[in-house]
Design a protein around this ligand. Structure first.
Ligand code: FAD
Length: 435
């Protein structure tokens, strides 16, 4: 028997390990490679790991709704021994403020009704009952700290919110990747860490495998690019950029960690909140902390970086801006002198919708452009990538006849062409982390 893998997977983040798990279950001999020495220590480790089910497109919503079920049933999905330490899904719900900017959530409500996703509509009183630390003054449009009127209400109040009770977050995203890798190993998957892919090997236009930084060659007929914010570099190595309409780029992000106001147990009683009025999202964090991310308002310049291998790791004024924006909503919030939180990268795509696709090089596939919003979808993305690879490797032309993929939990078909690298830019997208 040859030791050569059937499939090389570049990246051991949550989507890379889910792809390994799903391919291994189909009987493919996979080898996952990562330059990090620990599984899940790319952008997955910095993720807020929010599992929500509202998206701006119907297909995006269906995909996320399907995705939720794997986190809910995590232990059964993995099939690991009962004593394995597992990441945990905390179902705290997700509240989304209705604003002019998000069309008062009408489209999202419609998608949720169409897919029978439980939702509740809350008025101001109900919001204050759940979150007594919240002020509902409106600050729209979001501003930078150096702009006139920062921190001043526009005099109106929020019009209410939509609540998705089943949403939640995963406590340890790196551990969830490690769980997926352990589950994949049970089906024969192999992992090599501390190795950097520097070349995609080809012979006369035919894919042969990869070369590592120390010159070692590993041969395989199939290679999958799940390199997270390093995806564009790997796609360039493979020479597959020419037919792509969607590009991917590393985008630097800061996430703020602040203690909840004294006297309110946000960890136990709080919820995820997406608040485009102040351009922040937040979720409970252990130790009664609140984690605050940005919803990328127009007034904030995007901080693109050249390479995922080195980028400034220190907090900037962006940290303070996000903390101050959140303090507009929670006036009793204390902002510590010492900045704490996360600096990491999104792999942002042109329309903030991911690419799950083949490429112009036969045997070379990509699961990338996750745009800060695909952690939640990792298990179903892995399953769909495995089905796509199987479809193409069995002689089907996915570009001409896109795979129709059944989402097993919600029993609904998805045209995988939705995620094509060659799609027209999707104008339905929010063009932000919200997808
Ligand atoms: C701050 C932040 C908050 C987020 N919050 C959420 C959220 O709340 N909800 C949500 O759904 N999503 C969220 N996301 C997005 C989510 O975390 C990502 O979509 C997901 O983790 C991407 O997983 P991945 O496996 O594609 O990539 P990664 O986890 O980035 O893994 C890629 C791996 O590839 C390796 N690699 C790259 N190049 C090479 C090479 N040449 N050779 C060898 N190895 C290589 C890297 O070392 C890395 O380990 C967030 C992201 C960030 C940064």
């Amino acid at each position: 028997m040859s030791n050569q893998p059937d499939v090389i997977i570049i990246g051991t983040g949550v989507i890379g390990t889910a792809t390994a798990f799903e391919l291994a279950k189909l009987g493919y001999k996979t080898l996952s490679l990562d330059r990090n020495r620990e599984i899940g220590h790319g952008s997955t480790a910095g993720s807020c790991a929010i599992i929500r089910m509202h998206y701006s497109t119907l297909d995006g919503t269906a995909f996320a709704w399907e995705g939720y079920h794997y986190w809910r049933d995590w232990q059964d999905y993995l099939g690991l021994p009962g004593n394995a330490e597992l990441a945990r899904f905390k179902e705290c719900g997700c509240l989304v403020m209705k604003t002019e900017g998000n069309g008062y959530m009408e489209k999202h409500i419609e998608h949720s009704h169409a897919l029978e996703i439980p939702i509740e509509e809350w008025d101001g009183e109900k919001i204050r009952q759940r979150l007594p630390i919240y002020s509902l003054d409106s600050y729209w449009p979001p501003k930078r700290m150096d702009q006139d009127g920062f921190g001043e209400s526009n005099g109106s109040a929020l019009a209410g919110a939509v609540f998705w009770p089943l949403a939640g977050y995963v406590t340890d995203p790196a551990l969830s990747s490690q769980n997926l890798a352990a589950a994949a190993r049970q089906h024969g998957a192999d992992f090599r860490l501390g190795v950097t892919v520097t070349e995609i090997l080809q012979d006369g236009g035919k894919l042969r495998g990869v070369r590592l930084a120390d010159g070692e060659e590993i041969h395989a007929p199939v290679v999958v690019n799940v390199a997270g914010p390093g995806s564009s570099i790997v796609n360039r190595m493979a020479g597959v950029l020419d037919d792509m309409t969607i590009e991917t780029r590393p985008l630097r992000q800061e996430v703020v960690h602040v203690p909840a106001p004294e006297g309110f147990d946000f960890e136990a009683l709080g919820t995820i909140v997406s608040d485009s009025d102040i351009a922040c999202y937040c979720r409970p964090e252990r130790g009664n902390h609140i984690l605050v991310g940005s919803e990328d308002p127009e007034c904030d310049e995007h901080y693109w970086v050249e390479t995922d291998e080195s980028y400034p790791a220190d907090f900037t004024d962006q940290w303070t801006t996000q903390a101050m924006r959140y303090a507009q909503r929670v006036p009793s919030l204390g902002i510590p002198n010492q900045m704490r939180g996360v600096v990491d990268l999104y792999d942002a795509s042109t329309d903030w919708i991911p690419i799950y696709d083949k490429s112009m090089l036969d045997g070379f596939y990509m699961a990338c452009g996750s745009s800060g919003n695909q952690y939640k979808n990792a298990p179903i993305a892995g399953k769909m990538m495995a089905a796509l690879i199987d479809y193409c490797e069995n002689g089907n032309d996915h570009d001409a006849q896109p795979l129709n993929f059944r989402l097993p939990y919600i029993d609904r078909d998805l045209d995988v062409g939705f995620f094509s690298r060659k799609r027209p830019i999707n104008k339905e997208s929010s063009f932000s982390v919200l997808g």
